[in-house]
Design a protein around this ligand. Structure first.
Ligand code: ZN
Ligand code: FE
Length: 257
């Protein structure tokens, strides 16, 4: 399974999964069809699946146009998103699985950004080195999604599920927000040497217009404040007494940042 990163709008990423053996492709969160169609044409691939993480228009806006061109493509999304995702045929719940290119993808229910948000996790296989996590707008490189339809406690539970995945997992998040996220992170976790180092590397990458996605889950665990609500330094930074309170205060400060 090859993964191609496609840029859309200002700062969105859409991911095209390519099965060389069958010349078929799947797409994760096609907010816009045109860059996806260009990628599919370049690959000479037939689209067989659309994997949506949640109903926001920058993630589903291209569904209809892609279905017009590839009417056989199957549209997957969260069960709780019924009625909100154009063309949805498969309604997924925690623990369900999807398959693409001989890889099995596990569905993780991660409410918080929206009440129906799901993620797709493809664990490592003997022939594929690392796991792949398509987390939509739940986890970002250095940050996390805003809470539009969920509570801090729900988001902490969702992010905890990601934190339990292996370090060597590539994190394919849907936006290039990393620099701004780390500029915030350093204000609440200034003494973290891993974070200092990552911020410098990302500053250089972005000054050269290089993408920072995918990131590595192991590095997220060391540097992303929204996975570190139980670290004393972060609890002290916002005077949080519990993981939920620490998370909520961090999220609140980031909303104003
Ligand atoms: Zn969203
Ligand atoms: Fe988004």
């Amino acid at each position: 399974m090859d993964i191609h990163r496609v840029k859309a709008f200002r700062d969105n990423y859409i991911f095209v999964l390519f099965d060389r053996r069958r010349n078929s492709a799947a797409v994760v969160d096609p907010g816009d069809a045109s860059p996806v169609l260009k990628c599919l044409d370049d690959l000479g691939a037939t689209l067989t699946a659309i994997f949506n993480t949640h109903h926001h228009s920058d993630h589903i806006g291209g569904n209809q146009a892609l279905l017009q061109r590839f009417p056989q493509a199957v549209v997957y999304g969260g069960a709780e998103d019924r009625g909100r995702i154009p063309g949805q045929q498969v309604f997924l719940r925690e623990g369900d699985t999807v398959t693409f290119a001989d890889r099995l993808g596990e569905v993780i229910f991660v409410p918080g950004h929206t009440r129906a948000h799901i993620a797709y996790y493809f664990p490592p296989t003997p022939t594929a080195a690392g796991g792949e996590l398509f987390c939509g707008d739940t986890l970002f490189a250095g940050g996390c999604g805003r809470l539009f339809e969920g509570t801090p406690a729900e988001m902490v539970d969702s992010l905890r599920k990601f934190r339990q995945l292996p370090d060597h997992t590539r994190v394919w998040c849907a936006h290039e927000y990393t620099l701004k996220n780390l500029e915030f992170a350093i204000t609440v976790d200034a003494a973290n040497p891993n974070l200092q180092e990552r911020l410098k590397a990302v500053q250089i990458a972005r000054s050269q217009d290089r993408a920072t996605v995918p990131s590595d889950l192991g590095i997220e665990k060391l540097t992303n404040p929204f996975l570190r609500w139980d670290q004393p330094a972060l609890q002290a930074a916002v005077n949080g007494q519990t993981p939920e309170q620490t998370f909520a205060r961090l999220r609140g400060q980031k909303d104003m940042f």
